[in-house]
Design a protein. Structure first.
Length: 251
């Protein structure tokens, strides 16, 4: 289930949410270090994939992807997943597309060499590249998306990411991320123990939540990036998504 956030005008629920929402922090994630061991990267990203599956990250993306697929003018479509990790979400996307009679060709972008190698498969063509400078021509994929990637960038670098995703997509852009909350941070920290997450995953997961966005913040960042107001939804599991039809953008 998701809820549409239709306007910027605050109401009582917005005010309550503000009281329960910590200020946004940058923090330091161990996985962002350039010299981190490849084995630890793969282990921690596997924990992220598990978290996505259990706590709503994958469901949030698919909830936005499914109607976008239904609106496509073709039964053969392309999807670019920026910051794909181990490629778990594109795999689910292909299954969803198949249920609608759509053959979905998926491509992944990863800056991490170990992850790019681990995710590559006959079903997911991988490109190792910087998400802020995608080596892809304009309007060359039907849908571009990213999940839990935007919070890794500061505001200015995040604007570059959003503009690149807008540039390469023909029909839809989907951005999914964490909705910042004390409850989400504490819940993830507690759940990480019975799930046997690596200590790095536990630390980085909490930092990620505190880097997350409120619906208003995500809407504002997309608007600043491309000049278009996205449709913003909140989802169970403290997730927030922004989607929009690609627009022409000039600096």
């Amino acid at each position: 289930r998701c809820y549409t956030i239709a306007a910027d005008t605050p109401n009582w629920s917005d005010n309550l949410a503000a009281l329960l929402t910590p200020r946004r922090r940058r923090g330091v994630e161990y996985l962002d270090a350039p010299d981190i061991a490849a084995e630890l990267v793969e282990r921690s990203i596997a924990d992220v994939a598990c978290s996505n599956s259990l706590f709503g990250g994958t469901r949030a993306v698919l909830a936005e992807l499914e109607p976008a697929l239904r609106r496509l003018p073709t039964r053969d479509a392309t999807l670019l997943d920026v910051g794909t990790g181990l490629g778990d979400i594109p795999a689910r996307a292909r299954a969803v597309a198949a249920r609608h009679g759509i053959t979905l060709t998926t491509f992944g972008i990863e800056a991490s060499a170990p992850l790019a190698r681990a995710a590559s498969s006959p079903q997911l063509a991988m490109v190792r590249a910087d998400a802020r400078r995608l080596p892809i021509v304009d309007r060359s994929v039907d849908i571009s998306m990213c999940s839990q990637l935007l919070h890794h960038f500061d505001r200015e670098q995040g604007l570059l990411l959003l503009r690149e995703m807008n540039r390469v997509a023909r029909h839809r852009v989907i951005v999914s991320d964490l909705r910042r909350s004390w409850f989400a941070a504490g819940g993830l920290w507690l759940a990480s123990y019975p799930l046997r997450f690596h200590p790095v995953s536990r630390h980085d997961g909490v930092v990620s939540v505190l880097r997350g966005f409120t619906p208003a913040e995500l809407r504002s960042q997309v608007r600043a990036a491309v000049g278009s107001t996205p449709t913003v939804h909140t989802h169970l599991g403290f997730r927030v998504t922004a989607t929009w039809a690609p627009v022409e953008w000039t600096v």
